[in-house]
Write a protein that binds this ligand. Structure first.
Ligand code: AMP
Length: 379
C-alpha cells in the first residue's frame, strides 16, 4: 500500500522506518526542503496549499495520515473528500483547538484543570478572578513544546502575557502542582479494536519533553486506559492517539490529546512487541493491530539542541541511538536514545543517569527513577 503523510519530520521518518517491514511505501508532503523523512520515500517539497502537490499525493496514495496537528484543517478536509484519511478531519478540528478539546473531556466526564476561554485582555483579567494565580495562558491552536504559552504569577503579568501570546484566542488555566505527568498511547482500528501501551511517566523542562519512562503495571494504568477508551470511542478514532495527563494526588486530569504518534512513545520501537509507529500504520491500513507487551524496563531521553558524542552513548549497555539527520539548533529535537534492559533497578538508574548527563540533563541525572518506593495501586 501507498501511504501519504502530511509532514516530513522525525515522526514521519520513524513511521516510514516502521512501514518498511509491512511492505508500505511513503510519500511526504512537506514544505521543508530538509525534511528528515525524505530518505524514506518520495518528498513533495511544496507548500501544503499547493494544488498540484495535493493532486499528486491523492493520485499516488491509498491512504493519507499526518504527523502533527498544526497543519491546515482545510487541507485535511479537502483530501478527506478524495481519499481515505485518518484520523478524520472532524477529530482534528476538535483536538487541535484547546477549547473544544477541553469541552470534549468535560462531556465525557474526564476532569481537567480549571480553565476559561479568553479572547481579550479584559476577559483575561475577569477570568483570573475565578482561575486564580498562578495560572498559564495558552494559545488555543498552533502551540507545541510550550510555545504560545505564558506563565501568570500575579496581576501585573497579565498585560505582558497577553502580548506574549500574540493576543490570539487562548484558554487560561490554573497551574496545578502535579505529582507526575503521564501519557497513555493507544491504537484503534476501523472495527473499534484497541491496543494500549503502558503509561509513560514524562519529565519536561521549559515545556519540552526530556525523559519518558515506560511504567509497566503503573497504579494509574487502569484509569488512564478508561479515559482514552472513552475519548477514542466517542470520536470513532482510527490510528494512534496519545492522551497527556497530570496526576494530582490520586486523580488524573486530562491535559491534551495528540491525534498522532507521540514523543513519549518512542521507547516502543525497541521495547514493545509492536511499536506505536507500526500500530498507527496497521490501524490506518485496516490491518490487525499488533501486540503491545514489552518484556524489559525502558526509558527514552530526547536529544535537544545538541548531539552527544556517539561513541559515549554506545558505551552505555542497552542504549539505542536515533539521530534524525536534522541540523542542531537551540531547543530543536535532533534525536533520542532508548534505554532497555532487564538489569537491576539500581543498575538501570546508573545507566539512565549516564545517558541523561550526556544529553545535558544534569538535574534529571541526579534523580533515581527505578530504585525508589513504588506507588500504590489505584483501581
Ligand atoms: P502543554 O503544551 O499543554 O502540553 O504544556 C507543556 C507543559 O507545560 C506540560 O507538559 C506541563 O509540564 C506544563 N504545564 C502545562 N499546563 C500546565 C498546568 N495547567 N499546570 C501545570 N503545568 C502545566
Amino acid at each position: 500500500m501507498n501511504i501519504g503523510v502530511l509532514g516530513g519530520g522525525q515522526l514521519a521518518r520513524m513511521m516510514a522506518q516502521a512501514g518498511s517491514s509491512l511492505g508500505l511505501s511513503f510519500m511526504f508532503l512537506c514544505p521543508d526542503s530538509h525534511a528528515c523523512a525524505a530518505p524514506y520515500g518520495e518528498h513533495l517539497c511544496a507548500p501544503y496549499e499547493d494544488k498540484r502537490a495535493q493532486e499528486h499525493l491523492v493520485k499516488w496514495a491509498d491512504v493519507v495520515t499526518y504527523e502533527f496537528e498544526n497543519i491546515p484543517l482545510s487541507l485535511v478536509e479537502s483530501l478527506q473528500r478524495q481519499i481515505p484519511l485518518h484520523p478524520a478531519s472532524s477529530i482534528l478540528s476538535v483536538v487541535r483547538d484547546r477549547l473544544p478539546e477541553k469541552l470534549l473531556f468535560h462531556t465525557l466526564g474526564i476532569p481537567t484543570v480549571n480553565f476559561a476561554p479568553v479572547d481579550s485582555l479584559e476577559k483575561l483579567i475577569n477570568a483570573m478572578e475565578d482561575i486564580g494565580f498562578p495560572a498559564v495562558l495558552k494559545n488555543r491552536t498552533q502551540g507545541y513544546d510550550g510555545k504560545g504559552q505564558a506563565l501568570l504569577r500575579k496581576e501585573i503579568d497579565l498585560s505582558a502575557a497577553w502580548e506574549e501570546v500574540g493576543k490570539a484566542p487562548c484558554i487560561v488555566e490554573s497551574m496545578v502542582e502535579f505529582r507526575r505527568e503521564l501519557s497513555i498511547i493507544a491504537a484503534r482500528n476501523q472495527n473499534g479494536d484497541m491496543v494500549f501501551y503502558p503509561v509513560s511517566e514524562n519529565h519536561h523542562r521549559d515545556g519540552i519533553l526530556r525523559l519518558s519512562i515506560s511504567r509497566e503495571d503503573d497504579p494509574m494504568q487502569v484509569r488512564a486506559k478508561a479515559k482514552i477508551i472513552s475519548i477514542m470511542d466517542n470520536l470513532d478514532y482510527v490510528g494512534v492517539m496519545a492522551l497527556e495527563l497530570f496526576q494530582v494526588g490520586d486523580q488524573l486530569l486530562a491535559n491534551e490529546v495528540a491525534p498522532r504518534v507521540h514523543n513519549s512513545g518512542h521507547w516502543t520501537i525497541e521495547a514493545a512487541e509492536t511499536s506505536q509507529f507500526e500500530n498507527h500504520l496497521r490501524a490506518i491500513c485496516g490491518l490487525p493491530l499488533g501486540e503491545t507487551s514489552s518484556a524489559q524496563t525502558s526509558a527514552m531521553v530526547n536529544l535537544i539542541g545538541r548531539l552527544p558524542v556517539e561513541a559515549e552513548i554506545r558505551n552505555i549497555p542497552g542504549a539505542s541511538l536515533h539521530f534524525y539527520d536534522k541540523s542542531v539548533k537551540t531547543g530543536r529535537k535532533v534525536g533520542h536514545v532508548t534505554l532497555t534492559s532487564d538489569c537491576s533497578p539500581e543498575e538501570f538508574d546508573l545507566r539512565l543517569a549516564a545517558l541523561l548527563q550526556l544529553a545535558g540533563e544534569a538535574e534529571l541525572a541526579g534523580r533515581k527513577f527505578f530504585n525508589s518506593t513504588p506507588l500504590t495501586q489505584c483501581p
